[in-house]
Ligand binder design. Sequence first.
Ligand SMILES: Cc1ncc(COP(=O)(O)O)c(C=O)c1O
Ligand SMILES: N[C@@H](CCCC[NH3+])C(=O)O
Length: 401
Amino acid sequence: PRCMCSTRIPCGGCAAEFRTEFGTRYPNSRVAYASKAFVNPAIARIVAEEGLGLDVVSGGELAVARAADVPPDTIYFHGNNKTPEELEFALDYGIGQIVVDSFHELEVLDAIAGERGVRQDIMLRLSPGIDAHTHEKTTTGILDSKFGFSIETGDAAKAIRQAMSAANLDLVGIHFHLGSPIFELEPYELGVEVVLNYLTQFKEEGLRLEIFSPGGGFAIGYVRSEPPPQIAEYAESITKYTSRLCEELGFGTPLLVVEPGRSIVGRAGVALYTVGGIKDIPTVRKYVSLDGGMGDNIRPAIYGSEYEAVLASRMSAPPAEVVTLAGKYCESGDVLVKDITMPVVEPGDIIAIPSSGAYAPSMASNYNLNGRPAIVMAKDGDARLIRRRETYADMMMADVF
Ligand SMILES: Cc1ncc(COP(=O)(O)O)c(C=O)c1O
Ligand SMILES: N[C@@H](CCCC[NH3+])C(=O)O
């Protein structure tokens, strides 16, 4: 794996790399950026300019897509409980595909499309019963999951038949997503194989597989000890299995949609913190308190996620001691990096935590009424603010006296 910076952590990908690695191997493919990893209008604009599609999972993400003029036909609307209002918004915006995730949604969407006298393209999310060996809180393709129609229970077959006979819906594709981050290639290969083989029984009943999507979940390097596969390796596995099986099973060459989120923005984001108080408990632990924490990155607290950190204000300072980087929130679990070797740090120093671009800003909160941080986009020596720091007034904006 390559390393693009002094942290020596293997990188994930980037939009162009995804387009190239999938596009050269399987020309009828689309990379749909998963907005949940982090989106705002500036990011959505870049996504559209890079020629990527967009995976959204709420009316809010859809509103950002619309604000940034993302072409609606390149949008895939996911989620296990889209509200009727969100579905109406999606139909108003004319979005390409709604990825239906429950029988209830199938009925509600069919009715809404009917009331409007329109036909809506849909895909179905299937749950293939495959363990992708990721964190128990982020695994989605196993039987015990709230997502998707299970193949094992027979729900998938029922949903496919119900979707094909829906009065106002056109079933154009099938989706599955196994979880995130997935550090192995085999789960994707198995997923493609299991789902495509399963679908053959519906061909005679009229199933059209115009779109096939094995989702996202591609891993990135968070720590040196756990390098991810390269994007080319994911692309090789997925396209090889998809092409071979689609040909063998007579599905032709459906549009292959992959949905990377983390692997596009994760390594692009570096979180910067200022050191405040330092507490040394001799023979136990030295806590270095930062001006952020679980409010801007909840991942260590909920998944036990690990990160590296560097002393950005004095990059050449030699490693000196083991410290724990704690946040400023009122929780003992508010620790960003536990027991890491750093140079001697002092109040006012800047600490950088790489690989913070995905699911840190997007899952940020105002806990303890701390404002969420500013976000600056940088390229070739040029830096621009794409989100300003939140003010106290921002945090009271929706409150009513
Ligand atoms: C349906 C779907 N697609 C894509 C993604 C994106 O995952 P990641 O950011 O790990 O690529 C997710 C989140 O796990 C998802 O649920
Ligand atoms: N939010 C997660 C993973 C779930 C992604 C969306 N299904 C993370 O930070 O790693």
